[in-house]
Design a protein around this ligand. Structure first.
Ligand code: PLP
Length: 431
């Protein structure tokens, strides 16, 4: 159904494949799951991105979350331009590091102290090392379908049944290593209880995406996060909220504020760097004091707290903090989009299931309710692939995978939503 011209993208992809594995620097960009080749992006502005062949798209990937203000936000760009003139990196402290840490603390008071790192992967990996060092225990409990970056111990999903030993889901990760990760089912309290019963005093921490957003968007069931808070406290384990997606998106204070829960450690990324490589982890001073140079848990980074990245992060948070109405705006546009899709696609019979939390939306090609990873597996992936292609040919850029969220930015306008719904209505009519 290809109607657009992708000549340059095709050429660039051929060259990239020669020098970069799969032609991409992060696997999902390759668009293999939807049987397409990627488009190469030339620029972005507001809610739009433009590829190298001159095709225009309304962007619902938003760099996988960071672009909450839309692309090339003038205030953020102006601040970055100013910072560029002063040099790129020093490997010594700069004032901007504490300014950003203070802002993170203001939004998320649980993070009394903050360490800046360069990616969400680093943030979760370091938070887990810290949790192990602080509790003197080895096991980490994670949930099937939750993604916490690509560090060894976190690339693990359950074998059959939650009580079987965890098996690594990536080559190059020794199963011996994966044994320190135990896996429960998201939204399933019994599976968590069973693991605490089995390993009682060996679990250092539970790490969770408070809203699962890496198997498509799945909200926590009522009471699930409260339950995690309780059971970790009872068992002297730390609760880690991985807010790399939800932080500064669901609310100024992220999922903690949205659901009113206080975890022990939080990781943030994506939005906090405003489009630059920056992430952070933090918690109570008493716990953070375990990190070197104060404590014996080692963690470091040549480019951590980089002046350009912190500048982009500070500027982005400034815009969010000074314009709190942004959250109502992105939530409302997400609601209009979700309700519109529901109406178009499910007229007569239920063809899709839509989950939405704030400005995070997923459209699942299944008639079932989607509350856990198993439900996600019931989706019709061929349907998603043709939906992706139809949208792309009509100027709507969504994730090239069923298992991803759709992100709304503050730059999306009502007419973007209406144009998108028009295209989806045309797609629905073809089915
Ligand atoms: C994206 C993501 C990560 C990893 O962040 P990177 O910057 O890609 O390393 C970790 N946790 C969650 C919840 C994420 O969505």
């Amino acid at each position: 159904m290809q109607s657009r011209n992708y000549k340059k993208s095709e050429k660039y992809f051929d060259i990239s494949k020669e020098y970069i594995p799969g032609g991409v620097n992060s696997p999902v960009r390759a668009a293999r799951a939807v049987h397409r080749d990627p488009v190469f992006i030339k620029s972005g502005l507001g809610s739009k991105i433009f590829d190298v062949d001159g095709n225009e798209y309304i962007d619902y990937v938003c760099s996988w979350g960071p672009a909450i203000l839309g692309h090339a936000h003038p205030y953020v760009l102006e601040k970055v331009k100013k910072a560029l003139k002063k040099g790129l990196s020093f490997g010594a402290p700069t004032k901007k590091e504490y300014i950003l840490a203070e802002m993170i603390n203001e939004a998320m008071p649980v993070m009394e102290q903050v360490r800046l790192v360069n990616s969400g992967t680093e943030a979760t990996m370091s938070a887990i090392r810290l949790a192990r060092g602080y509790t003197n225990k080895d096991l980490i409990l994670k949930f099937t379908g939750c993604y916490h970056g690509h560090s060894d111990g976190l690339l693990v999903k359950a074998g059959s049944g939650v009580l079987t030993e965890a098996i690594s889901s990536s080559g190059g990760v020794p199963n011996d290593y994966a044994k320190n990760t135990v896996v429960a089912d998201f939204n399933d309290r019994e599976s968590v209880k069973a693991l605490f019963d089995k390993y009682n005093d060996k679990i250092a921490a539970v790490i969770v995406e408070p809203v699962a957003a890496n198997m498509g968007v799945i909200p926590p069931k009522d009471g699930f996060l409260e339950f995690l808070r309780e059971i970790t406290k009872k068992n002297n384990a730390l609760l880690i909220f991985d807010e790399v997606i939800t932080g500064f998106r669901l609310a100024k204070g992220g999922a903690c504020e949205y659901f009113g829960i206080k975890p022990d450690l939080i990781t943030v990324g994506k939005i906090v760097g405003g489009g630059m490589p920056l992430a952070a982890y933090g918690g109570k001073k008493e716990i953070m004091a375990k990190i070197s140079p104060l404590g014996d848990v080692y963690q470091a980074g040549t480019l951590s707290g980089n002046p350009i990245a912190t500048t982009a992060g500070i500027a982005t948070l400034e815009v969010l903090f000074q314009n709190p109405e942004i959250y109502a705006h992105i939530d409302e546009n997400a609601r209009l989009l979700a309700d519109g899709i529901e109406k178009i696609m499910n007229e007569g019979e239920k063809k899709v299931h839509i989950n939405r939390v704030g400005s995070l939306v997923s459209i699942f090609f299944t008639s079932k309710n989607v509350e856990c990873y198993e439900d996600v597996l019931s989706c019709d992936l061929d349907k998603y692939a043709s939906y992706y292609s139809f949208l792309r040919e009509n100027g709507i850029y969504v994730a090239p995978s069923q298992f991803e969220a759709l992100f709304i930015s503050n730059a999306h306008r009502m007419n973007d939503i209406i144009s998108t719904l028009d295209v989806i209505a045309e797609f629905g009519g073809k089915e």
